[in-house]
Ligand binder design. Structure first.
Ligand code: PLP
Length: 411
């Protein structure tokens, strides 16, 4: 073991790129990484190690005071660059990156909530988050209270002295509905309750919930932040005290859901083009939404930056652009959706979202297909059998529109 081992955290102390006056896109590329501290490598190194040697017992004692960097479940330099960068661009004090978005939700709830506590959630959530709040958390004595947060005043009746956290997505998966972060947060805070927002559908390039008062932000990094469909990960961003709890209890010994440093590297790489990608996703999705809105076979379209969207004014207040996610239904309903899906030639039939490739799914047929093996599979509250969810990718928008149009017209 070398005797001139670095002081813990020396490689992260105030890198030359940590100036707060730098623009958002610049920080997605540079924040938190000083090449001079890593052999002048322009790209962050991938530290494939499960453990870290210490020079002496005394050196270990000194490191322990700084958080103990002994083992890769708790610390990895590549992941730490990602955590610092994400916290910075989200406007948070600290960040935690774990193995998936669901691992982030698990770390959040199992670290902050205990038996007898109450969690308020919006009535519509990503389907596996629904499974967790309906099936898993109650087994551990955590009461989950679904509320329609489209009307923030509903919170007043739902909050009790046992309420510890309010959790919702905006835009909401898969509806692309929009919830008012500032209004919900104001009411929750009036009762001393923390608010966590899943901002996966927007990404920090378009929406930063902490700027609207939220306490914690959750992302599935699997989606827009990585953007290339080749890694799973999730993040929690917020104040330093809460993040310390999430790291020390959630990651260290409850979920243990550490991300591979190779995935952290891929996500750091993807993040560098987030700003550009979100501009393109948003422009193409708006064009697709307008085409669908005018098409006679289409019954409804939900896209936050369409004037017809019920949450349009809220979306304009808290998002800088509409993102690439939209939902729509055909007059031909469930069967029409199945037929249309099968006629697509370019857009990929797949779950997930936020990739360069356009991805489309029909939750009702996915749910029916799952029921023989997962008896509890059911449609999420508020999601109709006709709903088709589209993640508009980075292809030429005319090609995406042409593929949709021919599939709709042939069905
Ligand atoms: N939150 C939202 C809004 C999602 O859409 C997803 C996944 O689709 C998740 C969380 C879970 O993330 P992951 O798939 O990375 O576990």
């Amino acid at each position: 073991m070398s005797s001139n081992a670095k002081q813990p955290e020396a490689e992260f102390q105030d890198t030359p790129h940590d100036r707060e006056e730098l623009g958002f896109a610049t920080r997605t590329i540079h924040h938190g990484f000083d090449p001079a501290a890593f052999s002048n490598a322009v790209q962050p190194p991938v530290f494939l190690t499960s453990t870290y040697g210490f020079a002496s017992v005394a050196a270990n004692e000194a490191e322990a005071a700084l958080g103990g960097r002994l083992y890769a479940r708790e610390h990895n330099p590549t992941t730490e660059i990602l955590e610092r960068r994400l916290a910075n661009i989200e406007g948070a004090e600290a960040g935690l990156v774990v193995a998936s978005g669901m691992a982030a939700f698990g770390a959040l709830t199992l670290s902050l909530l205990s038996q007898g506590d109450e969690l308020i959630v919006h009535r519509t959530l990503y389907s596996n988050t629904v499974a967790m709040v309906e099936q898993a958390l109650p087994r551990f004595g955590i009461k989950v209270v679904p509320v329609d947060l489209a009307e923030p005043a509903n919170l007043d009746a739902a909050i009790t002295e046992r309420t510890r956290l309010v959790y919702f997505e905006t835009p909401v998966n898969p509806l692309s509905a929009v919830l008012d972060i500032a209004a919900i947060t104001e009411r929750a805070h009036a009762h001393g309750v923390q608010v966590a927002v899943d901002s996966t559908f927007a990404s920090p390039a378009l929406q930063r919930p902490i700027e609207h008062g939220a306490d914690i932000v959750l992302h599935s990094l699997t989606k827009y932040i990585n953007g290339h469909g080749d890694a799973l990960s999730g993040a929690l961003l917020g104040d330093a005290e809460t993040l310390h709890k999430l790291h020390e209890t959630g990651l260290r010994y409850i979920t243990g859901a550490a991300i591979s440093p190779l995935a952290s590297f891929l996500i750091l790489r993807g993040l560098k083009t987030l700003t550009l990608r979100m501009e393109r996703h948003s422009a193409s999705a708006l064009a697709v939404a307008r085409m669908l809105e005018e098409h006679p076979a289409v019954a409804w379209v939900s896209y936050p930056f369409l004037d017809s969207h019920p949450g349009h004014a809220i979306a304009r207040k808290q998002m800088s652009n509409g993102s690439g996610m939209l939902a729509f239904g055909l007059h031909a309903g469930f069967e029409g959706a199945r037929r249309m899906m099968d006629r697509l030639g370019l857009i990929t039939r797949a779950v997930s979202l936020g990739d360069a490739d356009s991805l489309i799914c029909h939750p009702a047929s996915l749910t029916r297909a799952r029921q023989p093996i997962r008896k509890d599979a059911h449609m999420v509250e508020g999601v109709g059998e006709d709903l088709i969810r589209l993640s508009v990718g980075l292809e030429n928008q005319e090609d995406v529109i042409a593929d949709l149009r021919q599939a709709i017209e042939a069905s």
